[in-house]
Design a protein around this ligand. Structure first.
Ligand code: NI
Length: 261
């Protein structure tokens, strides 16, 4: 595998319990598949600390710290102040994942909105990009992004599921668009259209593991090594080589997260 074909998994949850028994092998398989860097994302304070620990344990892992919309009610004033402290760690590259999830509604919607706005402020004050999750809340997410200028230090809409006009608005607002396993699914017509039409210069790839395993391993536990399947699908859609996709998406992720070699 050539260096130029190195991919970055821009969104993984390596701290998930599903990896506790064999994480070393998971990371080894990622390296063998030429996934050179993995961005490990927290979803509450505890898993944010775990992401930072993993970033210290593995040189190629970086951490994103924050509170997921599902856990929005855990973002207390105390947790906010602890996130500021945790963000001083040099391997913390962004704030998130935050946003809105009106599909599962695991935290009340008002609490989700408030936690989203709070984390946009944290990212702004720390000059860090923001990682956003949006499920069935496209219009409200977009409204908050614009009102709060969430993209002032850039950001990424992870596991993109919206339509083309929203992707255009997001890019204008300073965002990258990240594609995960669903891009490879048979019913992904809308996502495929977005990926085909938007510029490769704003695209990232991710696994969101252990969830959303891509074809041909759909249904299994997902892991960073599978980033390759998403990049291959993107290569077919863009009619480019895997090396070109790897080069540009890795450059994009490195720019967004300010990743050092
Ligand atoms: Ni995630």
């Amino acid at each position: 595998m050539k260096e130029s074909e190195m991919l970055i998994d821009s969104h993984a949850h390596l701290q998930d319990r599903q990896f506790s028994a064999d994480l070393d092998q998971v990371v080894q398989r990622a390296l063998a598949a030429n996934i050179g860097k993995i961005v490990c994302v927290g979803y509450d304070y505890e898993t944010s600390c775990e992401a930072v620990d993993l970033a210290h344990q593995y040189q190629q892992v970086y951490a994103v710290i924050g509170v997921h919309p599902h856990d929005a009610k855990t973002l207390t004033a105390d947790v906010i102040s602890k996130l500021y402290t945790l963000a001083r760690d040099p391997k913390v590259v962004a704030i998130g994942e935050t946003g809105l999830d009106f599909y599962r509604d695991l935290s009340p919607r008002d609490v989700q909105r408030q936690a989203f706005v709070e984390q946009i402020k944290i990212a702004a004050e720390l000059y860090k990009p923001i990682v956003i999750h949006d499920r069935d809340a496209h219009q409200e997410v977009m409204d908050i992004i614009k009102k709060e200028k969430a993209g002032r230090n850039q950001g990424v809409m992870h596991c993109y599921s919206g339509h083309l006009p929203m992707a255009m608005e997001l890019m204008k607002a300073g965002f990258y668009i990240s594609f995960a396993g669903p891009l490879t699914y048979k019913n992904a017509r809308k996502t495929v259209e977005v990926a085909s039409r938007i510029t490769l210069e704003r695209i990232l790839v991710e696994t969101d593991c252990p969830y959303l395993a891509p074809e041909p391993v759909r249904g299994k536990r997902n892991e960073p090594a599978n980033t390759r399947h998403i990049a291959e699908k993107l290569a077919r859609l863009k009619q480019k080589s895997l090396a070109e996709i790897a080069y540009q998406t890795s450059l994009n992720a490195s720019r967004l997260f300010n990743l050092k070699d």
